[in-house]
Design a protein around this ligand. Sequence first.
Ligand SMILES: *Cc1c(COP(=O)(O)O)cnc(C)c1O
Length: 376
Amino acid sequence: MIPYGKHIIDDDDIAEVVKVLKSDWLTTGPAVTDFEKAVADYTGCGEAVAVSSGTAALHAAMYSLEIKPGDEVIVPPITFAASANCVVYMGATPVFADVEAETLLIDPAAVEQQITPATKAVVAVDYAGQTCDYDSLKNICKKNGIVLVGDCCHAIGAKDEHGRKAGAIADISVFSFHPVKHITTGEGGMVLTDNPELAQKARIFRNHGINLDASARSEKCTWVYDMQELGYNYRITDLQCALGISQLKKLDKFLQIRRDLATCYDRILAKFPEVTPLRSKEGIEHAYHLYAVRIPASRRKAVFEFMRGEKIGVNVHYIPVHYHPYYQEHFKTKKGLCPVAESAYEQLLTLPLHPAMDRKDVKFITDKLDEALKNC
Ligand SMILES: *Cc1c(COP(=O)(O)O)cnc(C)c1O
């Protein structure tokens, strides 16, 4: 099976993890702060806080922003459920704003329509790996006194039209290091911000709400700490961060391969009248976490099954979040809420794209897609 996404772990990644296993700190040690610094430097962001997953990073971001019951946070429907779940964790209400048809990025005009006096934040998801329309979103947020959160889990290494890197554009942003993402720590995530206060809140939140972690207590020669807030154990281990540091060194190479394969798909699929790749915006640098296309809705299921039968791990990203039974039950969401997202969902198909693939794989996958469209 060619999966839709997959990690690459080399011997030097493994050697770095083994070094940590032989060291004194397995968690809250030097590899964690080194990984944070490396990601902060890579993105050009002032502060980075490493946590146990991208979802934990979203939760920590919402906590740092003091989102509370009664607040509303605007989210797009074409994303992984965690982008909206983090709002629910705080007892607040996610409000869905539709996406733009050609890119499936959150539509600033739709965001503006959803703003109420209760709106506290907007979550911008860099879907598939290209940056949202941050200029418009920032303007809207500024005008309304609300905060912009970047869910950049698809977009580490992407740049916007001004050369700003994903993760360093919104007020607070998150990455995930799950194995299907660009670089991995097994499980892992990070909160990024230029605001030291928000970063400090996230640091306390990941450690039970305690104000001094183990290494800080050891340095200060004290047993004293205060638990001032209710936090969680969202810490990440030094083993994971050593892997992350090693993986980050390869990120630009991985991105290069992803971009090359995407160009290869674009070129071949230009000759497929029934296949429409999502539009890549001009002037940005796409990180290509996903290569998503639209095909005729009436045949999507048959094409999906044909491709899976050929051991090609096609997928669908995503079922609109407001379709999920949990959201229907608790937030009374229903079909019709976001028509652009909903009609895109009927046609979406994700083709495999990851750095362990080569151009021959793209040729094989597109040949099979051609066959599928002729037979289904
Ligand atoms: C992967 C992902 C997450 C969650 O990250 P985890 O590390 O799996 O918790 C959140 N949002 C988006 C858009 C993602 O792709």
